[in-house]
Design a binder for this molecule. Sequence first.
Ligand code: Z5A
Length: 222
Amino acid sequence: MNQALLRHPRFVSLEGGEGAGKTTAINAIRDLLRAQGHEVVLTREPGGTPLAERIRGLVLTPDAEIAGEPLSPEAELLLVFAARAQHVRQVIRPALQRGAFVVSDRFTDSSYAYQGAGRGLDPQWIADLEKRAVGLQPGLTLLLDVDVAVGRARANGRDLWPDRIETEQDDFFQRVRAQFRQRAQNDPQRFSLIDASQDQAGVAAQVRGAVSHWLEQERVHE
Ligand code: Z5A
């Protein structure tokens, strides 16, 4: 089995805590790339294929509503990777192979943050799954970083019931945020840190700037 981790130049991911504003950001990227004549595939995780969306339902539906038994952290990790294995093979790789850009609302960095730092699972296990089941990394990851309380207040402002993960306490989300920031610091070539405390127009402007800069750099290296 091929265990190499390929970083693809037309694959972009968005990461961050809840309420960071990924929806605004993803639309800004789509508009920018389409204006330059590119095919753009927008997708999300967990999910992105019919089967992976069903797995998303298992991961995010509150325990009591699914089977009345708690989902263990280990099962949660394997479910998000099962969804990702499908997503990569059914959607992401075929799109990249035909020359499209793929923009994903979350990817493997979320597993390091939520299942690794949040749930306390061994990051080496996640790294093994990433190599064996995924084999692909984004060329650019935009980390939308915002204070946990601000992001949660924005998310709670919507008229939606919290999902299984959103019912966690603040210390869980502080560990998630710290892990995202650490990963961005460790890999400045792939990550672009976006100050998501600004208003939506300000966040969209930063996102467009980061993507344009990255496209310029890619052209230089072509
Ligand atoms: N998860 C995992 O555990 N492991 C994994 O490997 C993966 C995921 C891939 C689903 O993700 C959950 O899956 C997620 C991690 C876990 N759980 N949590 N928590 P999701 O992306 O579907 O869920 P989310 O991150 O919670 O989405 P979100 O709250 O919708 O965040 P967002 O997409 O970044 O926010 P938004 O929809 O763009 O905006 C939220 C609200 O804030 C909305 O009312 C906006 O109008 C408002 N907003 C947005 N930006 C601003 C600004 N700049 N100012 C003011 N108000 C704003």
